[in-house]
Design a protein around this ligand. Structure first.
Ligand SMILES: CC(C)(COP(=O)(O)OP(=O)(O)OC[C@H]1O[C@@H](n2cnc3c(N)ncnc32)[C@H](O)[C@@H]1OP(=O)(O)O)[C@@H](O)C(=O)NCCC(=O)NCCS
Length: 149
């Protein structure tokens, strides 16, 4: 049974395990980064976690920009927990919360090569807003996708 909840400082280690399975070391956020985000009294970064049978199976991190725009800076699921709807649950929870708080849009950047992520965002009707050439390195563009709430 998957439960979506706000992350607590005690989740930093488990979240960082998800992160290190999801992204190469040179770009992945570190355990220290997550400890800092989760203990920031101003709560500039918000993290939702998906807990499955007591373990952190995935997370979604976001910030609020320009008052009404939600920027998702990461969404990741442990490799052995993928294709079970966990990212779908995380995104649904975020969109529901953002709409209830009067946010106007949700946006994110995704590599043009990341097929599972494109399938995920496509199902939520995110649309292409911009293309950032070579953002992830030579010939690896980023797409900026946006969902108007
Ligand atoms: C992209 C990522 C977050 C998707 O996570 P996920 O939990 O596997 O995603 P979901 O399970 O919600 O959706 C994936 C598939 O599972 C299917 N699915 C959804 N609910 C399901 C359920 N209850 N049971 C079985 N399958 C289900 C979906 O249909 C989808 O299949 P499709 O893509 O063939 O249509 C994951 O692959 C990941 O962590 N990648 C590395 C990090 C990354 O690239 N993040 C994106 C940065 S922009």
């Amino acid at each position: 049974m998957v439960k979506i909840r706000s992350a607590l400082p005690v989740d930093a280690q488990e979240i960082s395990k998800v992160e290190s399975e999801a992204h190469p070391q040179e770009v992945a956020a570190t355990l220290e980064d997550f400890r800092e985000y989760l203990s920031d009294p101003q709560k500039r970064q918000t993290i939702l976690v998906a807990e499955n049978d007591g373990i952190v199976a995935g997370f979604l991190g976001y910030t609020i920009q320009e008052k009404y725009r939600v920027y998702i800076w990461d969404i990741a699921v442990r490799q052995n927990q993928r294709s079970r709807g966990i990212a779908t649950n995380l995104l649904t929870a975020l969109i529901t919360k953002a709409a209830a708080q009067g946010m106007r849009s949700v946006f994110l950047k995704v590599s043009d090569e990341n097929i599972p992520a494109h399938r995920l965002y496509g199902r939520f009707n995110f649309v292409l807003k911009d293309q950032l050439k070579d953002y992830y390195g030579h010939s690896r563009d980023a797409f900026v996708l946006e969902l108007i709430l």
